[in-house]
Design a protein around this ligand. Structure first.
Ligand code: FES
Length: 187
């Protein structure tokens, strides 16, 4: 099958790669970029484990072809880490509250919650579940039992740095001008 050239941004890094048109974004992230934080479960859009952000929207990466991401800005769970490499507040809160069961779908849940918070400052577990849309939402079930959703969402007790955006409060800035291009090959 004829390969296509794509250029996109993944976690603030410019990616240039050749991909087969049939490769979905989840496989591209995992197999070509080595970003295995994005998990693949059902691979037909049901479980939500593979959720990433594409131009700020939560997207199931198993339902989007890599060629469709050409020119777009993708953020994976790896991209939430703070500049010093430490976990983002939302990830720290998941860890603190043990907001998972087996943990397999947790990256997708984290990204869905991140997208929700970015969109509307939503702190509702029900809204998060609706956004995630998955039947594999054990992390959200556990989250429902958590007594401190605001902590889990990185608001309230975490505060906001002066002039800080929601994105910077939740995790690292995902855009950085002048980022070094990388090849897109498996590391
Ligand atoms: Fe993509 Fe389940 S792996 S929705």
């Amino acid at each position: 099958m004829t390969s296509r050239s794509i250029t996109l941004t993944v976690n603030a890094q410019r990616i240039e790669s050749e991909v087969e048109p049939r490769m979905h974004l989840g496989d591209f992230l995992r197999q070509r970029l080595g970003m295995t934080g994005t998990h693949l479960g059902c691979e037909h859009g049901v479980c939500g484990a593979c959720t990433v952000l594409v131009n700020g929207d939560a997207v199931r990466s198993c339902l989007m072809l890599a060629v469709q991401a050409d020119g777009m800005d993708v953020v994976t769970v790896e991209g939430l880490a703070l500049a010093d490499g430490s976990l983002a507040p939302i990830q720290q809160a998941f860890q603190k509250h043990h907001a998972l069961q087996c943990g397999f779908c947790t990256p997708g849940v984290v990204m869905s919650l991140y997208a929700l918070w970015m969109e509307a400052g939503c702190t509702s577990v029900e809204a998060a579940r609706a956004k995630n849309g998955g039947i594999v939402d054990t992390s959200l079930i556990t989250l429902s039992a958590s007594s401190n959703h605001s902590d889990l969402l990185g608001i309230g007790t975490k505060g906001t740095a002066a002039g800080g955006s929601r994105r910077s409060q939740m995790g690292a800035s995902v855009r950085s001008a002048g980022a070094e291009p990388i090849t897109g090959k498996l590391r």
